[in-house]
Design a protein around this ligand. Structure first.
Ligand code: AMP
Length: 222
């Protein structure tokens, strides 16, 4: 299966994508994770991206697209993937389709649109914590680590992402609302857009996703 996860920041795309990857063996590529890693490594791309990210703005298409496509190009043409946070603009979606066709890779099957209220997003992001070492996400209310402040997976310290500070969250939501429509329309026109309401527990959401993917014949259940 080749999926793109769309939806506002804080909708849980990365968490659900991580679970899907762990349980179904598809590759999870999170554009925000790649950008944060590039920034942490001091790579030129990361240095350029950092200013935009800290303000809650989108990183320009030409920086992000090349980075994500560089990862995808290395995959086998038939290998499953879930892209989380990319594409975020219609231009990125067009470039993704073009690149897959150019490489003779199979096209995107489905665009799963995570939908959630603004209030819920603010609540989710204010409690979000991420491991400063491996990036695993946690939440102070809904996804607690076994030991407070410590990553279950690698023992790293948990931290608040700088762009989860409240003013930046509101800015990121505004940016999302301004840019999302053409992107959703792009996949709607292709008949690939599926609405996916979130805001429940992680396992419940994962179960709904499995149902959706099974109904779309992208997953064999049982
Ligand atoms: P995320 O982890 O997906 O919430 O992304 C964090 C930040 O990285 C965003 O607020 C943007 O500044 C930047 N970013 C991630 N993915 C993209 C993308 N596809 N296009 C533009 N900017 C992006």
């Amino acid at each position: 299966m080749r999926l793109v996860f769309l939806g506002p920041p804080g909708a849980g795309k990365g968490t659900v994508a991580g679970l899907l990857s762990a349980r179904q063996g598809v590759i999870h590529i999170g554009s925000g994770d790649l950008l944060r890693e590039a920034a942490a490594q001091g790579e030129p791309l990361g240095r350029k991206a950092r200013g935009y990210m800290e303000k809650g703005a989108l990183v320009p298409d030409e920086l992000v697209t090349g980075m994500v496509l560089g990862f995808l190009e290395k995959l086998e043409g038939s290998q499953g993937f879930v892209l989380d946070g990319f594409p975020r603009t219609a231009r990125q979606a067009e470039d993704l389709d073009e690149a897959l066709a150019r490489w003779n890779h199979r096209p995107v099957h489905l665009a799963v649109n995570f939908t959630v209220s603004r209030e819920k997003i603010v609540e989710r992001l204010s409690g979000r914590r991420v491991c400063s070492q491996c990036g695993t996400p946690f939440h102070t209310a809904t996804l607690r680590p076994k030991k407070e402040g410590v990553c279950d997976r690698c023992g790293g310290a948990l931290a608040i992402r700088p762009d989860d500070e409240s003013q930046t969250v509101l800015k990121r939501l505004d940016v999302y609302e301004e840019t999302a429509r053409p992107l959703l329309d792009f996949y709607e026109r292709q008949g690939k857009l599926r609405s996916f309401p979130v805001g429940r527990g992680l396992e419940e959401e994962y179960g709904s996703l499995v149902e959706l993917l099974t109904a779309e014949r992208l997953l064999n259940q049982g």
